[in-house]
Design a binder for this molecule. Structure first.
Ligand code: UFG
Length: 326
């Protein structure tokens, strides 16, 4: 989408949980005219030398950074908290220092609804208390605090968006690029897709006695293409307006249960998805749904795609790439 909008891009990635093949496919989707505007470099945001190389690679400098580099598995963060603090918090600190050094003061940061913890009320507005319940969420909250302190130190220069994602799912509608988690997926959507395609035999539904319509957990699933639209809108807003720190939920405002997701994927794939209801997963909330009205008001952005499109596009990806990018 950034290429389609005419931007010049440098993708900086350590490829620890991603594949350079995904970028080849982005070039293919963008077409031969746009593809040369995408450069890539392998590096680690914790390594100042790598960052220095990135910031000097672009001939006319870097105008803005969209910061997606981080670890995102809740369970893993409980087992390896120091690794999460190192990559997510120390990595962000290194990146911000490099940005300062090079006079780049525009940043879109991938934050997370996980910093709301167990929400007091749904839908959740941005003003809800910050109360993470796992190390992953704590690291996102810490980076938001760092960004707030940095913005306060120089409010006339910094333009910062903190985008609090709800549950991103789905894939590019071409089926060429999509999510390919390493090992056993711990999130619902990739697991459901892998059961549909026959890579896993059965889904475990974590709890059938939640206070929800069908007893299973309810989340705000957002199509990854809507999420991408949200980033473009956020970047355009930052570049057009006065320097500011803007914090926004990116979600649909609609809740869907685990069983609704299973049914939608069965309809999209034509495959049956066997499941068993098991105990609740420790640390889960019953319901997490965004109040997305601030993003609508500030960016004119709303989700355009529902569960049907999410499962249609995710299934196209899963079916065409049953083993991911290998
Ligand atoms: N679930 C199952 N079976 C599974 C996996 C999940 O029943 O195998 C259920 C969960 O109990 C929950 C729902 O499906 O009710 C969604 O679970 P996910 O793991 O897909 O997503 P979470 O809402 O727990 O967490 C996700 C991301 C976090 C992020 C959070 C809020 O994993 O990184 O959304 O943004 F912080």
């Amino acid at each position: 989408m950034l290429l389609e909008a005419g931007h010049e891009l440098l993708v900086f990635d350590d490829f620890s949980n991603s594949s350079p093949i995904a970028l080849d496919r982005v070039r293919e989707l963008a077409g031969p005219a746009a593809a040369p505007r995408l450069q890539q470099m392998q590096g680690d945001i914790r390594n100042p030398k790598d960052l220095e190389q990135a910031f000097t690679k672009a001939p006319s400098g870097i105008d803005a950074v969209i910061h997606f580099a981080g670890l995102k598995a809740v369970g893993e963060s409980v087992q390896h908290p120091m690794h999460y603090w190192d990559v997510n918090v120390n990595g962000s600190r290194c990146l911000l220092e490099a940005m300062q050094t090079h006079g780049c003061h525009t940043l879109v940061f991938s934050s997370s609804a996980s910093l709301y913890g167990y929400p007091e009320a749904v839908p959740i507005p941005e003003t809800a208390p910050i109360a993470p319940i796992n190390p992953y969420g704590h690291t996102k909250a810490a980076v938001e605090q760092m960004l707030s302190d940095l913005h306060a130190s120089s409010p006339d220069s910094w333009r910062i968006d903190c985008l609090r994602y709800f549950n991103p799912v789905g894939a590019h509608p071409s089926g060429r690029i999509g999510e390919n988690p390493l090992g056993i997926p711990n999130n619902l959507y990739p697991f459901v897709s892998q059961v549909a395609v026959g890579r896993k035999s059965q889904l475990q539904v974590f709890g059938g006695d939640w206070p929800t319509s069908d007893g299973t957990g309810v989340r705000d699933y957002i199509h990854v293409m809507d999420l991408a639209d949200g980033h473009l809108a956020a970047l355009d807003c930052l570049l057009a307006e006065e320097p500011q720190l803007l914090t926004l939920n990116l979600g649909s405002g609609q809740g869907q249960s685990v069983l609704e997701m299973v049914q939608a994927m069965e309809a999209a794939s034509g495959c049956s998805i066997p499941y068993a209801i098991t105990d609740r997963r420790p640390g889960d909330a019953a319901i997490s749904v965004a109040d997305p009205s601030k993003a609508a008001q500030r960016l004119g952005w709303r989700t355009q795609r529902g569960l049907k499109e999410i499962c249609r596009d995710g299934w196209a990806w899963q079916q065409q790439n049953p083993d991911g990018y290998t």
